[in-house]
Structure formats: C-alpha cells, structure tokens
Write a protein that binds this ligand. Structure first.
Ligand code: TGC
Ligand code: FAD
Length: 392
C-alpha cells in the first residue's frame, strides 16, 4: 500500500467549532492511525484477519469507552470527542472502527448504564485497556431487522440461569472474553446477560468468506445449556429498548465514522486527479472529474455539519433516536457513493490494494447494513414524521 499522505478536508472550517481539547484528541487519533493502522491494514484485510497488536493503541487513543467516566477506566470525554475518534479510526478502516464501536457502545455502554456497581467494577476497567475484549449478541439467524422475535432464551434454575440459542454476524465474537447477550426469560421479556469465555457450552465459531470488513473478526455465539451465574444479568433495564438504547450510541459513532472513510476516498481521488495525465492533461482538468470531486466535497461538508450538530445535541442529552437514524443513514450512503465515484476516478488503479478505496467501498457495504439497515433507518424517519408505523 502507498504511504499514507492523507490531508483532511474541512471546506466549511468546521474545525473552528471544536475546542482545543477536541482538536488534540482528533489529531492524536489521526497520527496514531497514520502510524499504526495505515501501514498494515491492507495486508490484514487481504488475509482476512483482525490485527490484534493494535488493541493497546486503540485503548491509548481513548477508543474503548471514550465517554465512560474515568473512575471506571474510561476516558471521561464528551460525545463530540467520541465521534471524532470514530471518524479518525474509520478513516483507516471500518473494520477497526467496528471493533472500537462494539467495545465502547455495545459492551461498555450497557454494562455502565444497565449494570450494577459490582459489574461496572469487574468489567469496565479491563475493557477500557483492551485486556478484555467484548462482543454484543442481538442478531440471530432468523431475526436481524426484527430482533423482537429472538428465540435465544434462559430459564431460572434456582442457582443459575440456563441459556440456550444462537447469535450470528457478531463482531469480535471469535476472540471476545465477554459477550453481552440479549435473551428472553420465561415470560418472553428481553434481558442482557454477561457470558464469559470458558463457560461450559459457550462457543464462538468464526464466520469466513466475507468480502467486506475483512480486517474485522466476525462470528457466531452459540449457547448450548450454558449455566450463567445470576449475578451476570444486567439488572437496570429490560425489554427491547435496552439493546436498542445501545444501538443509538453505536449508530451515532458510525455517523461520524463514515465521514472518515469518505474523506479518505475523496483525498485519494483529489490527489490522483492532479497527477494522472491522459490526453496530455491531468484528468482533474476535465469537467466530468471535477463534477465528481465537487459533489463529493459538498456531500462530505453536509455530513460533517450533520454529525457536529448531532454531537452537540447528544452532549445536551437532546438527540432523539430518529435524529441518530437520519445521520447514520445519510452519512453511510454518502460515504458509499463517494467510495464508488472515487474508485472510478482512479480507473484501473481504483481496484488495487495499493490504494484504500476499494477496501473502504467493500467495508461500507456492511456498514450500510449493520446497526439497522439503510431501509430500516428510512422507516424510522418515516414513522417519526408521519406517526405511521410501516415496519409491520
Ligand atoms: P418498538 O416497538 O418500536 O420498540 C420497542 C421498545 O424499544 C424502544 N425503542 C428504543 N429505545 C432506545 N433506542 C431506540 N433507538 C429505540 N427504538 C425503539 C421503544 O420505545 C419500545 O420501548 P417500550 O418501553 O415501549 O417497550 O420495536 P420494534 O420491534 O417495532 O422494532 C423497531 C425497529 C425495527 C426500529 C428495531 O427493531 C430496529 O432498530 N431494528 C434494527 C435492528 C438492528 O439495528 N440490529 C443491529 C444489531 S447490532 C449490530 O449490527 C452491530 S454491528 C457493530 C459493528 O461492528 O460496528
Ligand atoms: P434482514 O433483516 O433479513 O433484512 C434483509 C432485507 O430486508 C434488508 O434490505 C432490510 O432492509 C429489508 N427489510 C427487513 N425488514 C423490513 C421491513 N419491515 N420493511 C422493509 N424492508 C425490510 N449484529 C449483532 O447483533 N452484533 C454484531 O456485532 C453485529 N456485527 C455485524 C457485522 C457484520 C459484518 C454484519 C454484516 C452484520 C453484523 N450484525 C451484528 C448483524 C446486522 O445488524 C444485521 O445484518 C442487520 O441488522 C440486518 O439483519 P439481516 O442481515 O438479518 O437482514
């Protein structure tokens, strides 16, 4: 892969809206990605392996529990800082951002928000340093967009809960130390359970043959009569709203992350069009290539403003789930379209692993599907503005 010479576009001086602390956090994450992710990521994506050696570095830039209080090992930062960290990581690779999103928003967040003090103290410090890695099991083979239909269940056996069922498409599953698992009790109510590696009957086979998010490890969570200690149930919230609340946090991070992937594709295409000569001119002199680039920077700028405003609403505790859905949906589609256009600007070189564009493009095909598909987010907006539920 070519050396990383990325320069971040900021057409509307959105950087001026950030505090000095935000800029420091963004720049240290950006430097770390240049140093530790860019040189290795293409090789790991090609061999379909998560680069475990970057776990400590991810922890050091605050990627694990950015907004979790310091007393539990988190970085104690605000929501804009969390977004900026996700943006910079996904500039490197969506799969690496996935690992960080899951750890922060889907594992640490529910333990912090729905767990008791003993659970917070036991798990959060280890998750913040990356000593332990987590996964989040909501999706099942027959229940993806409709998690309310899940069949994974547990029975109260007096001293413990007996857990049975299976989850699929689970990021970090093959190497996780603890899984936040959503399952129904005997009355059909959904609860979160903390299932640890090593519990008898718990296995995590890896999912192979992915063309997307190849540098992220994906797998199943299988529960065959797993005896889960009663103290491993998250006590402070139950019902579908509990996992969906975690998704709000992860979807918010993705709205920022997608900007990172888009800016990497745009920056690569902009540089290439000034250097590549055809018909005795740089291809950037042709109007058709300028149209592509002008539209890209316009869409990136709109997405940056959306993410920043959403971040300020989140900091004030005012962001609604529907506002988060709109930003996730818009920004991921924006990034995917930009990746496709940027790939064309590079011609044949666009498909080569010498450049990051094709990897971003393939990754974004997962990002547009997970954490609620593009269509599900449209229906969430539709419900919010009309009051009519078109899911069912
Ligand atoms: P519905 O009846 O609408 O809601 C059930 C309860 O949940 C509440 N609620 C929410 N709470 C918090 N945040 C949200 N975003 C919420 N949306 C709904 C709601 O108020 C209600 O509460 P209560 O107290 O009245 O019971 O539920 P529904 O069954 O009709 O489903 C609605 C729908 C389709 C929007 C929802 O099921 C959905 O979002 N489906 C998409 C599933 C999804 O996103 N799965 C993601 C799996 S995790 C993942 O992909 C990780 S990838 C990680 C990575 O690698 O980065
Ligand atoms: P389906 O729900 O079967 O949807 C298929 C199509 O039907 C989609 O286009 C969808 O939009 C459409 N559709 C569904 N319902 C409706 C409707 N009511 N109206 C109109 N159209 C509809 N899950 C986790 O729990 N944890 C993870 O860590 C995780 N990581 C993932 C990592 C990767 C790489 C991938 C690909 C997925 C991951 N997922 C994870 C699962 C992801 O959240 C689901 O794939 C996603 O929610 C969609 O579910 P599905 O694949 O079953 O598609």
């Amino acid at each position: 892969m070519k050396p990383d010479v990325f320069q971040a576009p900021d057409y509307y001086n959105i950087g001026d809206l950030l505090s000095e602390e935000h800029k420091l956090i963004r720049d240290s994450a950006r430097d770390w990605v240049k140093r530790e992710v860019s040189p290795i990521i293409e090789a790991y994506a090609q061999k379909a392996e998560f680069p475990k050696q970057i776990i400590n570095g991810l922890a050091s830039i605050g990627a694990f529990g950015a907004y979790i209080p310091e007393v539990y090992g988190g970085a104690g930062l605000d929501q804009i800082s969390y977004g900026l960290i996700m943006q910079e990581i996904e500039r490197g690779d969506s799969g690496v951002r996935s690992t960080a999103s899951v750890q922060s928003s889907l594992v640490m967040y529910p333990i912090f928000t729905y767990g008791n003090e003993a659970q917070r103290k036991k798990y959060l410090p280890k998750l913040a340093t990356g000593e332990w890695m987590g996964s989040f099991g909501l999706t099942e083979p027959n229940h993806g967009s409709n998690p309310a239909g899940m069949t994974t269940n547990f029975k109260d056996k007096g001293d413990y809960y007996l857990l049975n069922g299976a989850k699929m498409w689970i990021s970090n599953a093959p190497f996780c130390d603890v899984a936040v698992v959503w399952a129904k009790d005997e009355s059909g109510r959904i609860h979160g359970l903390l299932v640890e590696r090593g519990m008898e009957g718990f296995s995590t086979p890896e999912t192979h043959n992915k063309w997307s998010l190849r540098a992220s490890s994906t797998g199943e969570l299988i529960f065959d009569n797993v005896k889960v200690p009663k103290e491993n149930l998250l006590p402070n919230k139950s019902g579908l709203g509990a996992p969906l609340g975690c998704l709000d946090s992860a979807r918010y991070g993705i709205a920022w992350g997608a900007i990172g992937a888009a800016t990497d594709c745009y920056d690569t295409a902009l540089r290439y069009c000034k250097e590549r000569i055809q018909f005795n001119k740089p291809i950037g002199q042709f109007q058709l290539q300028q149209k592509k680039l002008a539209e890209m920077i316009t869409e990136i700028t709109k997405a940056q403003l959306l993410a920043w405003r959403l971040g300020t609403l989140k900091n004030e505790g005012k962001a609604t789930s529907a506002q988060i859905s709109m930003a996730k949906r818009n920004n991921v589609e924006m990034a995917l379209k930009i990746a496709r256009e940027a790939r064309q600007i590079l011609g044949g070189m666009g498909i080569s692993g010498e450049y990051s564009i094709m990897r971003h493009m393939m990754n974004l095909e997962s990002v547009i599907t997970y954490e609620g598909t593009h269509d599900i987010h449209l229906l969430i907006t539709g419900l919010d503005i009309t009051g009519f539920n078109a899911f069912k």
